[in-house]
Design a protein around this ligand. Structure first.
Ligand code: CTP
Length: 409
């Protein structure tokens, strides 16, 4: 349930997707939220402020308000104080760029800088602009600043090109906002310490080559960020992740299976929950990797591998009664769920999160996932959703699980 009477501050910047912001406003209202609107000058050239004003029932704030209202309150601070969440949709390249760089030269950007609650942005622009390194750098900065991004979709853009950059559909933006409003009120992990591994380990063959896997670390990263938002103290043990820092999360690099093993064993006693989301290599070279580079020859090259230590199994062996250990199982084919359950039992886990690697539209590198959460006593199937949503549902189950476990013992 969304908190009643939530007030959304809808920032509208100028792009063709402004017409979709009208629909978004209606969706917010239908979900029981009040909506206040700020428009940039450019936005008003696409849809007039009167449309937003009539539908929202509140005066639309514009740059030429002069910042000072008749009752002498300062607009950009006043508007921010009223709202539980600020949603900028569409967010143009220009507005996002200014937000990332701390430039406050209009009412929307000054309000953003004065706003201390959650901010969600829905970027909308041409494919090349979205893909531009400057744009992606700015997005990394915004994510690191704690801004939530509803990723643009792929489809036909106003310029006639097919590609990524189209503003997410209003119902996806609504879902993201509802999630944030709920989550911002959830503090069920407060006081708990959570250790999360993420990414894929790389096992060196020589100084330049390695055996690796395709894990992007997005799932573990989403879990770390969500656990922190829910009040936990979080450490992320990262293997080769190329993602911006998660605000408030302690990070430690562990690029190989051995380093991850040592780090997890060292940290585990200090944590209540371990979530092994990393794709840890099952094998490594059976000897020290060669210094320098193995040179090419016409002969076959034989590389002999030996098993790595199973970190989860070791963690389960040494864990205390009150600690909660979660594994992931990437499986495919028939009996996949049963195999995941078997893995949970063999490794004596409190929970295993199964995902089907036969599916191309979810999992590795994707922003989406679809999982089944298994515990010794039950099974919860979670339909395809953004990894942020999946992370919240996994944490709902963990929060319940650790509470039950501690009450029972
Ligand atoms: N894992 C681990 N240490 C390893 C390998 C894997 O802790 N050396 C963890 C992963 O982080 C994941 C879980 O084990 O949470 C499942 O890993 P997976 O590779 O799918 O399973 P295996 O352990 O290899 O099991 P099996 O070989 O039986 O499929």
């Amino acid at each position: 349930m969304v908190a009643k009477q939530a007030t959304v501050l809808l920032g509208v910047s100028g792009g063709i997707a402004v017409y979709k912001a009208v629909e978004l406003l209606r969706l917010f209202q239908r979900a029981g939220m009040d909506v206040r609107v700020i428009m940039t000058q450019k936005a008003t050239e696409f849809v007039g402020p009167m449309t937003f004003q009539t539908l929202s029932g509140f005066q639309v704030r514009l740059d030429n308000d002069g910042g000072l209202r008749q009752d002498s309150t300062i607009t950009h601070i006043e508007e921010g104080n009223l709202a539980d969440i600020m949603v900028i949709a569409p967010a143009t390249a220009n507005t996002l760029g200014k937000m990332a760089q701390g430039i406050a030269d209009n009412l929307l950007t000054t309000t953003y800088m004065a706003f201390s609650n959650t901010v969600v942005v829905a970027p909308a622009m041409n494919t090349n602009m979205w893909a531009h390194p400057a744009m992606q750098r700015n997005m990394d900065v915004l994510r690191a600043d704690g801004v939530y991004v509803v990723e643009p979709g792929t489809g036909e853009l106003a310029c006639g090109v097919y590609g990524s950059g189209r503003m997410a559909e209003p119902d996806s933006i609504l879902a993201a906002v509802k999630l944030r409003l709920q989550v911002d009120r959830k503090t069920d992990l407060r006081g708990l310490r959570v250790l999360i591994t993420a990414g894929g380990t790389r096992e060196p063959i020589d100084s330049v080559r390695y055996i690796g896997n395709r894990s992007s670390g997005k799932m573990g990263y989403a879990l770390a960020r969500a656990a922190h938002d829910r009040g936990a103290s979080v450490e992320l043990v990262k293997a080769n992740i190329d993602l911006p820092r998660a605000p408030g999360v302690r990070e430690t690099d562990a690029p190989t299976a051995d380093e991850m093993y040592r780090t997890v064993m060292d940290r585990l006693p200090d944590y209540d929950i371990l979530i092994m989301a990393a794709a840890v290599a099952d094998y490594k070279l059976d000897r020290n990797p060669q210094d320098g580079k193995i040179s090419k020859s016409r002969d076959d090259l034989n590389v002999c591998l030996q098993p790595t230590t199973d970190i989860l199994l070791q963690a389960s062996t040494i864990k205390r009664h009150d600690q909660y250990v979660v594994g992931f199982a990437a499986e495919y084919g028939p009996e996949a769920v049963a195999r995941a359950r078997g893995k949970m039992e063999r490794k004596r886990l409190d929970m295993i999160v199964f995902n089907d690697i036969a599916r191309r539209d979810i999992g590795f590198s994707s922003d989406y996932n679809e999982v089944t959460i298994l515990t010794p006593v039950g099974e919860t199937r979670v339909e395809r959703a953004p990894k942020e949503t999946i992370a919240e549902i996994i944490l709902d189950n963990i929060a319940r699980g650790i509470k039950q476990k501690r009450t029972a013992s």
